[in-house]
Structures are given as structure tokens and as C-alpha cells.
Design a protein around this ligand. Structure first.
Ligand code: ADP
Ligand code: MG
Length: 698
């Protein structure tokens, strides 16, 4: 039965409509004020909100509530408490207080803290984030919260995000007021993440320890067919996948997540989902929920959703495009150029603020997407390079050039595109063509940051973007604050011009995948941080610490702790991968190789018994298999020894580098030989499914 979508949309969300209906007028007003301006919420108001929330949640079938938070694991965390409160006469009441709504006290000792939290200070706090709506899932009322330590240090991804949104808000409003937009009282950041993922059969997944333990395949010869036919991108959806996507949309809609676009991606078994954008913190929550729902519903359809950045060697990996812009409370997108961008002062100011930010903090942008999984993508000719640059498109670049040279900008007459059919109307060419190879592209009225890996929380990249742009705007305000209004236009013009002169080196409209760009970027002095261990140390560079501390995003202690968590996470991930690969080689692969060599040897012996055949080819095969066995054993032993050596290293940075340089190389060596041997084996020789089986049979 077709469901009424407007009716189910947001039906599990304590949204504005529900609040209006359920809350007393003055309480509703106070809450809206908190949501819009971040003002403190009095306890009596919180009490009243809690009562309404509980009532509504119970109507939706909820029996429990949870403070939902986003620790440094990159996943979400929750601890459920029921609403019940026993009465002396042996019955229960369903209760929920304002205090319980506003503050939680989970034990923080088992979450990554990077040495922030001594075990005797195990207590942590979760603080309600009223700007992201509560919702009901699995009979539980979910309350989005921020998570911090007993002494107030952020232990999560949400807190710095909220702080960075606040910093950008502060600086952007100041600049807008200077430009005469005094009616604007707040600026929020908007984010729309496009999420890529793979779907494979559950039975295949269950047989591969590499997928189970590491999220990616560590072995596997390339299938005869890859993505070369380009037949999967936007291809028609297979019924099983379509059914999954359909249910996913519906479940997301119920949670008020505006899932909008879905399609097959480039690689076989790869797909994408994009929602309509929302405020950054809500977008972060929604993206976490989306990833969780993808996994959960895949399971229901006997599929497994892989969110790893590179589940299959030789096949495109998965990323996430973070579309980002800034909007005023009066509804104006600050990155919308309007019809004549060269005259639109406000647009130019915010545009060059972003250009300056990305140029000055290109290293932090790179850092914000650095994960072991993403290292397999960046710079691998399928995802943007590890070098951060900005694509503006020809027209905007021409506009900026004319400003820089003090020339009059002549808008080219829009070219007509004729696609040679009578029925299709002729249309005007988009002023910015699509550029797929740029890590940070202007796409009409927003920037699209394309370096994110598919499993990453989008909080980090947006923290960096918001903060770096806030810093540009802070400096712009300083430069312009004393200019009289009749001189403002000229002063802004000079500011834009000077900023461009200094920062145009970050602009690159060409092919980001090319070798020439790598050379050219080096000439321009742009950082090329190829791997996570190379990128991470920039977190503790003085320039970057200053930025975060100045805008109250992180304290020095928080920076150090996060840096440590990131380093540790890198080494731990590779450690697990190395152990898993060794395990599969020793227990699955080598025995299969040996068994097959034995089998062929028996066949040869039998035949020689019966008739005196030479069996040259069989004997050659046995030799190949035996040599392979020998070589792989040696390489696997080296991997094991190096892994043991890595484990005993005490300096986290040195360890991460060792994992990157030595362990990864060991793993590659084992793998490439094993993959070359795999094609000699019979189809059923290995206890786990091959690439062909996994990728083409959903
Ligand atoms: P594509 O990148 O494929 O051209 P779209 O331009 O339609 O796709 O949008 C991609 C994503 O960008 C969507 O999630 C969309 O909601 C989001 N988006 C559009 N406008 C903005 C904006 N002003 N701020 C943030 N995200 C936006
Ligand atoms: Mg896109």
C-alpha cells in the first residue's frame, strides 16, 4: 500500500510542529529562543519541555530515553534508561524530568580520550543540543547531546562543531553589519552530504574475516570484468537494491531526514544517497543516522552495507561529498552570486573569505579527512588528489581576474548548446562546468568538499571549514571596521583584490588527477600530504593551534588529546588489518594452495601408474604452486615479525609512520603474490567468495 509521504515525514521527530502543539505558549517561545539564539534554558522551562517530550514519545511507543552522543570513535553512542518510576503501592509512573533531558552522566572511561581523562575521573557529561531535534527509534526517545569530560573538555565530535558554527556566526554577522546588512542577526552553516556505499550479500560477507574485522578485502584477484564498461553509474536499479533503497528512504523520512537522490555509482555494487541540505549540526546527526540505517536495513534485506573507503582493490572506493554554504537568518545564501557576481560585493567578500581560508588552512582541510581507509583513495585517480585546491569554474575565475587587474569584466554571451534534437529545448550553458577532479569545487551557490571518505563523520571537516572561514572574516572585519560607509565599497574592492593576489595559488581549474598538477602544486608551495601519518602532525603546528584556540574551538589540551587519538586510531587500524591478513593467509590461503598442489600431485601419480604419461603441465603447475607457497610463507612471516615490532613501539607518531611505510608495504607484497596465485586455484578452493562472486551477484 502506498504510504502518504507528507504524513510519515518527520512522524518520529519532536519537531517544531509537535512542539507548537504540545508545549504551553510561553515554554514554546522560550525554547525557540534557545534554539535560535543559543540562550540558556531555565530549569522550569526544561521541565515543561521534558514532560511534553515524554508524553509525545510514549505516544510513539517509546519506553526509554537516551542521550545520544558522538564520541571520538566516529560512531554514535547511547545508554538507555526507561521512563518508569516505581511507586510505593507497587505500580509505576512514566517520568522524565528537565534535569534528565538537559544533562546526562555516562561513564566516560571507556571512550577514547587521548589521555584527557584519568580513570579516577571517569565521569563524563552529556549536554542536550536543543538545535537538533529529538526523535524516537526502537521504542526509545533519542536526545542529541554533546559529550564532555568531568572538567569540561570536549570528548566528542559535536562540541567542536557547535563551537565552530558559533565562531562563524559571530564573525559573519559582524562583517554583514559592516556591509550594511544590519537586519541579519545570525548566520548558520548549511551542509548536504552525498553518501556513497556498497551493498553485498550477507552470506558472502559472513565468509570473509577481512570484511568482518577490517571492513575491506585484504585479498582477492581482480574479476575479469571491472567498471570499464561504465554500465553501473546511474544504471537501472536491481529489484533487491531498489527494495532496500525504498525502505531506507521511508525510514529516513520518518526520522525527518530529507533523503532526496539515490542512484547506482561507478563501481559495481556501489550506490549513493543524498539528502537535501540542513544546518551543519543537524546534517551531522542525520548523516550518522543515515549510515546506521543503511547498515541496519541492509541486514534486513540479507545484504551488508559496506561504508569502508576502499572495500575492493582495483575498484573505485567510496567517498562523501560535503556540500557547504552559509545562510543568514533572513534566508540569504551568502555564496549565491546573483546575476552579476562582479557587482555583488557581499558575495565577493564571502567568496574570497573561503578562498583565503582554504589556502591558509589547506593542511587542516587535508587533516580533517585523513583516515587509514581514505588513504587508499586520495591521490589514486578516482578521488581527488591529496593536494587541496579550489575549482571556481571559468566565469568566476575571469571575474576575479578582472578584479585583480582592475579591468572591466565582460560577461561572455551565454553559449547555446544544441544537442541536435528537435524536441529538446536549447538551453544556456551552465557558467560553471562540472569538474570531478577537484577536491574543493564551487558548484553554483555552495562549495563541495570532495575529499571525505565514506565512513567519516562529517563533523571534523565542517569544524575546519567553519573555523578557517571565521578567521578570514575576523581579519576582514578588523581591516574594514573603521572605514566610513562612503568609502566602504572602495575598501572592500581593495580587500578583495589583495586577498586574491595572496591566495590565488590555491585556485586550480584543471585536471586534479594529472601528474603535471602534482608538479605545478609543488611549485606553488601547496602542501601534498600523501598519507595520514604525514597529515596528522599539522594538527599541532603552532599556526593551527592558534586558530583553534583563538576561536574557542579546542583548548591546547583538547588538541593534544585529539592528535593522540588520531595517531592511535591509525596504528590500531593497520594493526588489525595486518593480523587479519596473516590469519587469512596462514589458515585459509596457504592450506588451499597446499591442498590443491597435493591434489594435482596425486593425479599425476595416479596417471603415471596407469599409463606412462609425461604430465609436464601438471608438474609445472605443482612447481608454480609450491614456489608460490614458499614465497608467500616468507612474506607472511616478515609481515608477522614487523607487526610484532610495531606493537612494541612507544612513540605514537613513529609507530604510525612504521605502519604506513613498512606494514602496509608488507601487506601489499603478500597480497599481490596471493592474488597472482588465486587465479591458478579452482573456483571452490578458497573458503571465502572471490571478487567476481561478491561484486556481480547482488
Ligand atoms: P550535485 O552535486 O550532484 O550537482 P546538487 O547540486 O543537487 O547535486 O546538490 C548536492 C547536495 O548539495 C545536496 O545534498 C543539496 O541539498 C546540497 N546543497 C544544495 N545547496 C546547498 C547549500 N546552500 N548549502 C549546503 N548544501 C547545499
Ligand atoms: Mg555532488
Amino acid at each position: 500500500m502506498a504510504k502518504n509521504i507528507p504524513e510519515i515525514y518527520g512522524s518520529l521527530v519532536f519537531n517544531d510542529k509537535v512542539m507548537k502543539k504540545k508545549l504551553p505558549k510561553d515554554v514554546y517561545k522560550a525554547l525557540r529562543k534557545t534554539i535560535e539564539n543559543g540562550t540558556h534554558l531555565e530549569l522550569d522551562v526544561a521541565n515543561s519541555v521534558a514532560v511534553a517530550m515524554k508524553e509525545w514519545a510514549v505516544e510513539q511507543g517509546a519506553t526509554h530515553f537516551t542521550h545520544w552522543f558522538q564520541p571520538m570513535t566516529g560512531f554514535t553512542a547511547e545508554k538507555h534508561d526507561s521512563f518508569i518510576s516505581p511507586t510505593p503501592d507497587g505500580e509505576v509512573l512514566m517520568e522524565f524530568s528537565g534535569r534528565e533531558l538537559v544533562k546526562g552522566e555516562p561513564d566516560a572511561s571507556s571512550f577514547p580520550s587521548g589521555g584527557l581523562r584519568a580513570t579516577f575521573e571517569a565521569r563524563g557529561y552529556t549536554d542536550w543540543d536543543p538545535t537538533s531535534p529529538a526523535f524516537v527509534k526502537d521504542k526509545t526517545l533519542y536526545i542529541p547531546t554533546a559529550f564532555c569530560s568531568y572538567s569540561g573538555e570536549a570528548l566528542d565530535k559535536k562540541t567542536p562543531l557547535l563551537r565552530s558554527m558559533e565562531a562563524l556566526n559571530l564573525e559573519a554577522v559582524k562583517v554583514l553589519h559592516l556591509l550594511g546588512k544590519t537586519e541579519v542577526t545570525s548566520v548558520s552553516t548549511t551542509v548536504g552530504p552525498e553518501q556513497e556505499y556498497f551493498l553485498i550479500k550477507k552470506e558472502d560477507y559472513a565468509k570473509r574475516r577481512d570484511l568482518i574485522f577490517t571492513g575491506r578485502t585484504l585479498l582477492g584477484a581482480k574479476p575479469p570484468k571491472g567498471q570499464e564498461m561504465e554500465d553501473h553509474y546511474f544504471g537501472s536499479l536491481k529489484p533487491r537494491v531498489a527494495a532496500f533503497m525504498h525502505e531506507l528512504d521511508e525510514e529516513l523520512w520518518k526520522l525527518g531526514i530529507p533523503a532526496k537522490t539515490k542512484h547506482n555509482e561507478v563501481a559495481p555494487a556501489q550506490h549513493e544517497l543524498a539528502p537535501v541540505f540542513s544546518t551543519a549540526n543537524v546534517a551531522v546527526d542525520h548523516n550518522q543516522l543515515t549510515m546506521e540505517m543503511m547498515k541496519r536495513l541492509a541486514d534486513k534485506h540479507d545484504l551488508v552495507c559496506l561504508l569502508h573507503e576502499k572495500p575492493f582493490e582495483g575498484i573505485n572506493g567510496s567517498g562523501k561529498h560535503n556540500n557547504w554554504s552559509m545562510t543568514t537568518n533572513t534566508g540569504e545564501n551568502l555564496l549565491a552570486p546573483g546575476d552579476t557576481p562582479e557587482k555583488n560585493i557581499q558575495f565577493l567578500v564571502f567568496l574570497v573569505a573561503v578562498i583565503k581560508a582554504v589556502d591558509e588552512y589547506a593542511d587542516l582541510m587535508r587533516l580533517s579527512v585523513a583516515t587509514p581507509g581514505n588513504d587508499h583513495r586520495l591521490g589514486a585517480n578516482e578521488a581527488p588528489p591529496a593536494i587541496v585546491s579550489i575549482f571556481l569554474g571559468d566565469e568566476l575565475t575571469a571575474v576575479l581576474e578582472s578584479i585583480e587587474k582592475d579591468e572591466f569584466f565582460k560577461k561572455p554571451v551565454a553559449e547555446q548548446i544544441n544537442i541536435n534534437t528537435a524536441v529538446l529545448p536549447h538551453f544556456s550553458k551552465d557558467t560553471t562546468d562540472r569538474n570531478r577532479t577537484s577536491p574543493f569545487a564551487f558548484t553554483g551557490n555552495k562549495f563541495e568538499f570532495r575529499m571525505l571518505g565514506s565512513s567519516l563523520s562529517i563533523a571534523g571537516p565542517n569544524v575546519v571549514l567553519n573555523t578557517a572561514v571565521a578567521e578570514s572574516l575576523r581579519q576582514f572585519y578588523e581591516a574594514l571596521q573603521d572605514v566610513s560607509s562612503d568609502k566602504m565599497e572602495e575598501a572592500v574592492h581593495t580587500l578583495v583584490k589583495d586577498t586574491l593576489k595572496t591566495h590565488k595559488k590555491i585556485i586550480f581549474n584543471g585536471n586534479g588527477y594529472s601528474e603535471e598538477w602534482v608538479k605545478e602544486a609543488a611549485k606553488r608551495g601547496l602542501p601534498n600530504l600523501k598519507s595520514t601519518p604525514e597529515a596528522l602532525p599539522c594538527f599541532i603546528d603552532q599556526k593551527n593551534k592558534d586558530l583553534f584556540i583563538l576561536h574557542h574551538i579546542f583548548t591546547e589540551t583538547e588538541i593534544t588529546s585529539r592528535y593522540e587519538i588520531l595517531l592511535e586510531n591509525y596504528s590500531k587500524t593497520l594493526h588489525i588489518e595486518a593480523k587479519t591478513l596473516s590469519d587469512m593467509i596462514r589458515r585459509d590461503f596457504l592450506p588451499a594452495l597446499l591442498a590443491y598442489a597435493d591434489k594435482v600431485a596425486c593425479t599425476v601419480a595416479d596417471r603415471k601408474n596407469v599409463v606412462n604419461l609425461s604430465c609436464t603441465r601438471e608438474l609445472a603447475l605443482i612447481t608454480k604452486l609450491s614456489e608460490g607457497y614458499e614465497k608467500i610463507s616468507v612474506l607472511e612471516e616478515k609481515l608477522e615479525n614487523d607487526t610484532a615490532a610495531a606493537e612494541s613501539m612507544t612513540d605514537p607518531l613513529a609507530a604510525s609512520k612504521f605502519y604506513h611505510e613498512t606494514i602496509l608495504a608488507d601487506m601489499d607484497a603478500v597480497r599481490s603474490l596471493a592474488d597472482a596465485m588465486e587465479v591458478l586455484l579452482p573456483a571452490d578452493a578458497l573458503p571465502y567468495p572471490s571478487y567476481s562472486e561478491i561484486l556481480f551477484y547482488v
